[in-house]
Design a protein around this ligand. Structure first.
Ligand code: DX5
Ligand code: ZN
Length: 215
């Protein structure tokens, strides 16, 4: 599956860019919320997510790069999030956070920084619908892909199979048509792409290009 990241959209033409995703072969809208504390950047908050939700026709895949995300679980449920991903590194009581996300009727997501070992999910994997594996350090679009990600994908896939979980593996950061095939072959189920889609001459075709390779 392909999830274009609206972080790379033109915020002056947000409705147009959300509708471009609606009219493309993309599967999810990927929505990056950053607080300037967990990551060294601030992206956008609830009013912008509300505006995206107003026009979006595909599932909303919300990636929270914020400290203490428990404070906002109900808020993002009310805004219409389909998947809510919290960072492993930002959750002291991850199991409790996952139950709270489920209780609000959303799919559970856990994002892992590049330095975070996948084995730390061994005891929660059956409660996780999507692992958002960061293939760059979170905070900015347009960074280069970290090659160690392939080993992490294979290890996570093995953990999911060993535990009999049905978790999807989502790769976030530096995804292009050049690495999409190798990511899929390593075991990725969902590819997030920001700059590759929005910096292209024809975003709908770039989404289709990724879809043809790895969708
Ligand atoms: C980075 C965000 C990503 C970002 C990806 O912290 O989580 O979703 O938008 O952008 P690209 O595809 O440009 O690396
Ligand atoms: Zn993201």
């Amino acid at each position: 599956m392909i999830a274009p990241s609206l972080l790379a959209a033109d915020f002056g033409n947000l409705q147009r860019d959300v509708e471009m995703i609606n009219n493309s072969n993309a599967d999810w809208h990927h929505i990056d919320v950053m607080d300037g504390v967990f990551v060294p950047n601030i992206s956008y908050g609830m009013p912008v997510v509300k505006a995206i939700a107003k026009y979006a026709t595909k599932p909303l895949d919300v990636h929270l790069m914020i400290v203490d995300p428990d404070r906002y679980i109900k808020t993002f449920a009310a805004l219409g999030a389909t998947n809510l991903s919290v960072h492993y590194e930002a959750c002291t009581h991850l199991h409790r956070t996952l139950q709270a996300i489920k209780a609000e009727g959303m799919k559970t997501g856990v994002a892992l920084n590049p330095h975070t070992n996948i084995m730390l999910l061994e005891d929660t994997i059956k409660d996780i619908d999507v692992v958002c594996m960061m293939s760059v350090n979170p905070g900015f679009g347009g960074q280069s892909f970290i090659e160690n990600t392939y080993d992490k994908i294979r290890a996570l896939k093995a953990l999911i199979e060993r535990k009999g979980a049905s978790t999807l593996i989502e790769i976030d950061g530096g995804v292009t048509a050049t690495n999409a095939k190798a990511l899929k072959d390593a075991g990725a189920d969902v590819l997030v792409a920001g700059s590759f889609v929005f910096n292209s001459e024809n975003p709908v075709e770039s989404i289709q290009e990724l879809k043809d390779i790895a969708g």
